[in-house]
Ligand binder design. Structure first.
Ligand code: GLU
Length: 446
């Protein structure tokens, strides 16, 4: 890293103490930017680096709600409106007990570049709460969402900031949030949230988009080496929306997905994961993955704790959460002959794991590129809302596929242009950064 990058990085550390995930996300981008600053001295003169690391606006608010026992409960709500150079702030809401400002900022920072890479007119933002939906009744989740929106509504809008889902926020939560927004504002403003149900303004393919997109990205990476997913042994970590749809698409393309997980452990099913059963348990019953092995009845096993990556794979898709795949996991995957890794989650691989994959010549697709299909399809949902239209599944999936192929090609070309052929981390970071930096320059010192 050159002197300017080091100085700005140290400033970010000093001004955002204790926000380790945010620091990690910034360093990961900065480590690839040296050749960009050499080629574009104007970015340095306009202090683009300093500005891009400082969110345009950060909102933190109290979310009081009443549980089923009549007790008053308090959570903390966040919305970080990071960058609007390319369009309204866009990014999901995460409801998980681990959420604090550092997590929201890491996610918001990643989102700026991811969204730029999609080629759609969307800025970057992220939000959420330390609320834990697990074990809560529907009525509690509804009251929480209503209280959350009672503050959030004044900060968002179709042309301002468009939230969506992330971990802990799916169709149910988006419904309650949209209902409260509509009630407070007296506007049927469909474009204010994405991930809506299809009967009330949502887009077909949006639920599948992140997982499908990640698999489409892997297929493109494999193609560059004359390979495909057909016949690969695949591990998909997680068992939420991204993981389930990644499993379905990988199987459709001929991959054999032999394991998935949740926070309690993982299942190994050598016959290939039964997606319908997994969906029933996780989405239908909001149950635990340990149930899967018992109900599958084919000798598949549940391993409590442990590392899913030890099950061995040639293609690995981390689709659970940040920093879930570390150094020893990367080493373990290399031993089983892994050829491609793509991040369905945001920042699931640690910096050390990424280094190990890249040094071994493993195709590595970073989240900013590989999981961009979700937010890209959110932008397609916004398009449909703006034109009061609803597209078919086939048309929307074709658009998603074109976008993923485009992102892949742009990353590959950018990596080549900046002297790092085959390095998708360099391609994604630089491709996203240059687009946002150019727009920021054009808009003046704002
Ligand atoms: N939370 C998703 C992401 O990490 C989707 C965001 C969106 O659709 O706005 O990209």
């Amino acid at each position: 890293m050159d002197a300017t990058l080091t100085r700005v990085r140290d400033d970010v550390f000093r001004r955002n103490p204790g926000e380790t995930e945010f620091h990690q996300a910034v360093v990961e981008v900065f480590e690839t930017l040296e050749p960009v600053l050499r080629k574009h001295p104007e970015f340095g003169e306009a202090a683009i680096l300093q500005r891009i690391c400082e969110p345009e606006r950060q909102i933190i608010f109290r979310v009081p709600w009443v549980d089923d026992a009549g007790q008053v409960r308090i959570n903390r709500g966040f919305r970080v409106e990071f960058n609007s150079a390319l369009g309204p702030y866009k990014g999901g809401l995460r409801f998980h007990p681990s959420v604090y400002l550092g997590i929201v900022k890491f996610l918001g920072f990643e989102q700026i570049f991811k969204n730029a890479l999609t080629g759609m007119p969307i800025g970057g933002g992220k939000g959420g709460s330390d609320f834990d939906p697990r074990g809560k009744s529907d009525a509690e989740v509804m009251r929480f969402c209503q209280s959350f929106m009672t503050e959030l509504y004044r900060h968002i809008g179709e042309y301002t900031d468009v939230p969506a889902g992330d971990i802990g926020v799916g169709g149910r939560e988006i419904g309650y949030l949209f209902g409260q927004y509509k009630r407070i504002t007296n506007r049927y403003e469909s474009g204010v949230l994405t991930g809506k149900g299809v009967s009330w303004g949502g887009s077909l393919v949006r639920p599948e988009a992140t997982g499908y997109g990640a698999v489409m990205f892997v297929e493109e990476m494999l193609k560059t080496k004359g390979m495909s997913l057909d016949g690969q042994r695949v591990i998909v970590s997680g068992s939420g929306n991204v993981a389930i749809n990644a499993i379905a698409k990988a199987q459709y393309l001929g991959g054999k997905v032999i394991a998935c997980s949740d926070s309690s452990g993982y299942v190994v099913d050598e016959a290939g994961i039964d997606v319908a059963l997994l969906r029933q348990i996780k989405e239908g019953e909001r149950g635990r993955i340990s149930d899967y092995a018992a109900r599958r009845g084919n000798g598949s096993s549940f391993v409590a704790g442990g590392s899913i990556w030890d099950a061995g794979a040639t293609v690995a898709l981390p689709c659970a959460t940040q920093n879930e795949l570390g150094e020893s996991d990367a080493v373990s995957l290399l031993k089983s002959g892994v050829v491609a890794v793509a991040e369905g989650a945001n920042m699931p691989c640690t910096p050390k794991a990424i280094e190990i994959f890249q040094e071994a010549g493993v195709l590595f697709g970073p989240g900013k590129a590989a999981n961009a299909g979700g937010v890209a399809t959110s932008a397609l949902e916004m398009q449909q809302n703006a034109s009061r239209d609803a597209w078919t599944f086939e048309h929307t999936e074709r658009r998603l596929s074109e976008i993923m192929v485009n992102i892949h090609d742009r990353c590959a070309e950018t990596a080549e242009e900046y002297g790092a052929p085959g390095n998708y981390v360099v391609g994604a970071n630089i491709g996203g950064f240059v687009k946002v930096a150019d727009a920021m320059l054009a808009l003046g010192v704002i």
